[in-house]
Design a protein around this ligand. Sequence first.
Ligand SMILES: *Cc1c(COP(=O)(O)O)cnc(C)c1O
Length: 345
Amino acid sequence: MIDNLVRENIRKLKPYSSARDEFKSAASIYLDANENAYKILSNETVNRYPDPHQQKLKEALALLKGVSPKKIFLGNGSDEIIDLTFRIFCEPAKHNAIICVPTYGMYEVSAQINNVEVKKVLLKADFQLDVEEVLRNADDNSRLLFLCSPNNPTGNIFKKEDIELLIANFKGIVIVDEAYIDFSSFPSRIESLNNYENLLVMQTLSKAWGLAGLRIGVAFGSERLVQWFQKVKPPYNINSKSQELAISALENKRVFDEYLPRILKARSLIFQKLQDFPFVLDIFESEANFLLVRVKDAYALYNYLASKGIVVRNRSKDEMCNNCLRITIGTEKENLDLIKALEAF
Ligand SMILES: *Cc1c(COP(=O)(O)O)cnc(C)c1O
């Protein structure tokens, strides 16, 4: 069924076959990939190409998430996965994608790079999805629908029923971007995976897992859907050091389990503290590791904090976010310095 949504050139594509695709079992002498057999860095095996299928890392994620490795796709950051969705499903200058604004900026940038039209549907006043308006905007050329939940920059999670209604009724691929799901008390839409062939749940190791520098985006989908991504991705899109370090982070979940509650505790502490400041007009409930805060003059406060060496994000130009700053939760010390600086404002 979803095969009909795939671009014709992708359907016809004969994918690149790497040396390691053609010989999969173990050997003692590898003379098949034109690598340099000598180790330039003596302690490292980076003279060899990485596993193009990232099998061990997928198995570690499969165990953690309770999903078959065949339903997992890994990208060089979520940004690569977003780009691939356009390249697999959207014919440039013909198909379109729907995004629900305000939201993460990369969906639109990626669409523009791929010359794909974006239809923007405003969230409702409570930052929840306007399901009817999304479906009204969808037409025969709508191939992708991006739902970011918890949403960046608003921080809220979308209602499960709304997301499911959209997956069931949208005729293209629905991407639920859960970059911040580990900070949320609500369950992942991975739970809905078995019910829908057109659902792609996107997560990342960049946020709660603290591995932004490794560039590892994770997508969960039906086997059929994942196969299309495997077909189109660059063969060695996740480098060997990233695969290695990600596996050790996942195997040392203790560390993750220790930091996560500290960030959540700090989030509610900062939320409370912010209420005391007269220049703070609104603090939005957050299921992520940041707070969206409406202040009297976002530009003035932004510049003041910057002069104190504290950088936050001014989201004032985003729809519905006039005079809003997005503040990431830092370490206990950083958060304290932030509060002190705000007290002196
Ligand atoms: C930070 C973020 C990502 C993560 O992107 P990576 O490329 O995996 O680092 C994805 N989606 C949203 C909404 C984000 O805020």
